[in-house]
Design a protein around this ligand. Structure first.
Ligand SMILES: *Cc1c(COP(=O)(O)O)cnc(C)c1O
Length: 430
C-alpha cells in the first residue's frame, strides 16, 4: 500500500500544527508510523490522499452511525447553508432539536446545546456544583469526559494512550476537587463518600466505558451509584457522549435501565457536525442562566447547520429503531468471526462489546477497569493495528479506544475484516 502522500502531508503538517494533528490520538504515536490523511469518505469507507480505501471502524469516533456522507444529512446541510451558517439569535430548529432529544431520552426535561462533548461535561459539572453548593466530583480511572481541567485526572482516551500522569497546566487546586475510583468498584466509591461527607457535588461516569477500550458495567454497578447519589444528595451524571443515541434511541439510560439526574451528549447528536448537549431534571436545569445564576453560554451554540445535521440523524434513528438491531447483529457477527480467528491463533485475548461498540484486548485476564485494560499487551495491539491497516481496515490507533460500527457496513465488509484479522494474527506469529 502506497501512503507517500500521507507521509508528505504529515511532514508538512509538523511545522504549523503541533504534532501535525488537531487532536492527539490522530498522530498514531502509540501505534507508531504515519497517520493516514483522509481525502473523503462514503458509507463505510474512508479514502486517503493516496487513493487507498479503508473499511472504517472509527466512524469519526462515533458520530457517523449511519455511514459517511449520508445523503439526507448532506442535503439538509446544503439546503440550510444558503440561509446563512449562523445567526447568534434563536431559531425554531433549536426547539425542534430540544423536543426531539426530550422525546428520545428518558428523564431529560430540559436540554442546552453546546458545541462539543467537552463543553457538555464541563457545564454539567459546573451546574451540579452550583446546584448542590459542593465542590468535589467523583470520576472513574480511565474514563474520559473531554479535556476540561477537572477531568484530566486519571483520564482515559489520549491521556491514557500517551500515559500522561499529571497534565501540566491543570492547577493542584482544581485537581484536588476531582476524586477518582476504579470503574466497577462500588465499595471504592463508598469509601470516598465516607472520607468526604457532604462534599461531593456529582458522580460522573461513562455508563459503558469506551475510552479505555470498550468495558461494560457489571450488574449492579450503575444502580449502586444511583442509590448512593440518592442517599447523599449527589447529582448523578451519565456521560453519554459516546453511548447516547448509539446504544439505543435513549442511549445507555434506555439500554441499561438507569436514570441520571443530568446527561451529557456529543458525537452522534451532531450527525458529524460539532455538537454537544447537556440536559436532565428540570429542578436542576433551571439553575442555568438566564433562568438561574449558573452561567453557561456559547456564540455558536445551537448553530443552525449543526442542528439540522444532528436533527436529521436523530429523527431517522427515532423513526427507524431497527437500525439498532441491524447494528447489533453486525457487531455480533464481527464478534463471532473475530472470536473464531483469535481462538485459532491460540494466544490470550479478550473481546468486549455492547450494541455497536466493540474492542479487542490482548489480555490474559478479564478487562473490567483501567488497571486490567492497562495490563493488556500494547505491543501486540500495535502490530495488529498496522497489519489491519495494511489490509485496508481502519481501527482506532490506540488500544484505549472503542471501535464503532456504522450501519453502512455490509456482511461482505465484516467478512473482509475477519479475514484480515486472521491474516494479521498469522503475521504476529511469524
Ligand atoms: C469524546 C468524549 C468526550 C469529549 O467530547 P469532545 O466532543 O471530543 O469534546 C466526552 N466524554 C466521552 C465519554 C467521550 O467519549
Amino acid at each position: 500500500m502506497n501512503t507517500s502522500k500521507s507521509q508528505e502531508l504529515f511532514e508538512r503538517a509538523q511545522s504549523s500544527i503541533p504534532g501535525g494533528v488537531n487532536s492527539p490520538v490522530r498522530a498514531f504515536r502509540s501505534v507508531g508510523g504515519t497517520p493516514i490523511f483522509i481525502k473523503k469518505a462514503k458509507g463505510a469507507y474512508l479514502y486517503d490522499v493516496d487513493g487507498n480505501r479503508y473499511i472504517d471502524y472509527i466512524a469519526s469516533w462515533g458520530p457517523m452511525i449511519l455511514g459517511h456522507a449520508w445523503e439526507p444529512v448532506v442535503k439538509a446541510i446544503q439546503e440550510y447553508a444558503v440561509w446563512s451558517t449562523s445567526y447568534g439569535a434563536p431559531t425554531e430548529l433549536e426547539i425542534e432539536m430540544a423536543e426531539l432529544i426530550r422525546a428520545m431520552t428518558p428523564g431529560v426535561d430540559m436540554v442546552r446545546m453546546v458545541s462539543s462533548g467537552t463543553e457538555a461535561c464541563m457545564s454539567a459539572i459546573r451546574l451540579a456544583r452550583g446546584f448542590t453548593g459542593r465542590n468535589k466530583i467523583i470520576k472513574f480511572e480511565g474514563h474520559y469526559h473531554g479535556h476540561a481541567d477537572p477531568f484530566l485526572v486519571k483520564a482515559g482516551s489520549g491521556v491514557a494512550t500517551f500515559n500522561i500522569q499529571t497534565v501540566p497546566g491543570v492547577t493542584p487546586g482544581v485537581s484536588q476537587d476531582t476524586l477518582t475510583a476504579a470503574y466497577n468498584d462500588l465499595p471504592g466509591v463508598q469509601q470516598l463518600l465516607t472520607a468526604y461527607p457532604g462534599a461531593i457535588a456529582a458522580i460522573i461516569v461513562e455508563p459503558v466505558a469506551g475510552n479505555m477500550g470498550c468495558i461494560l458495567p457489571e450488574p449492579g454497578f450503575l444502580e449502586g451509584l444511583r442509590a448512593l447519589c440518592d442517599r447523599e444528595g449527589i447529582v448523578f451524571i451519565l456521560d453519554e457522549v459516546m453511548t447516547g443515541f448509539r446504544l439505543a434511541p435513549g442511549g445507555a439510560q434506555q439500554r441499561l435501565g438507569v436514570n441520571a439526574d443530568l446527561v451529557t451528549y456529543g458525537k452522534v447528536i451532531g450527525g458529524g457536525m460539532p455538537v454537544g448537549a447537556f440536559g436532565g431534571k428540570k429542578a436542576i436545569m433551571q439553575h442555568i442562566a438566564p433562568l438561574g445564576n449558573v452561567y453557561q453560554a456559547g456564540t455558536l451554540s445551537g448553530n443552525p447547520i449543526a442542528m439540522i445535521a444532528g436533527y436529521t440523524t436523530l429523527k431517522f434513528l427515532q423513526d427507524n429503531p431497527s437500525v439498532y438491531k441491524e447494528l447489533e447483529d453486525k457487531t455480533s457477527y464481527l464478534r463471532d468471526g473475530l472470536d473464531r480467528v483469535f481462538k485459532a491463533w491460540g494466544q490470550p485475548y479478550v473481546i468486549n462489546s455492547l450494541g455497536s461498540m466493540i474492542s479487542v484486548h490482548f489480555s490474559d485476564h478479564p478487562v473490567r477497569d483501567f488497571s486490567s485494560a492497562s495490563g493488556a499487551s500494547n505491543g501486540l495491539f500495535k502490530l495488529f493495528f498496522h497489519s489491519m491497516l495494511r489490509r485496508g481496515i481502519y481501527l482506532p490507533p490506540s488500544a484505549f479506544e472503542s471501535w464503532f460500527l456504522n450501519n453502512a457496513l455490509t456482511i461482505a465488509d465484516l467478512d473482509a475484516t475477519i479475514k484480515a484479522a486472521e491474516e494479521s494474527l498469522e503475521e504476529l506469529e511469524a
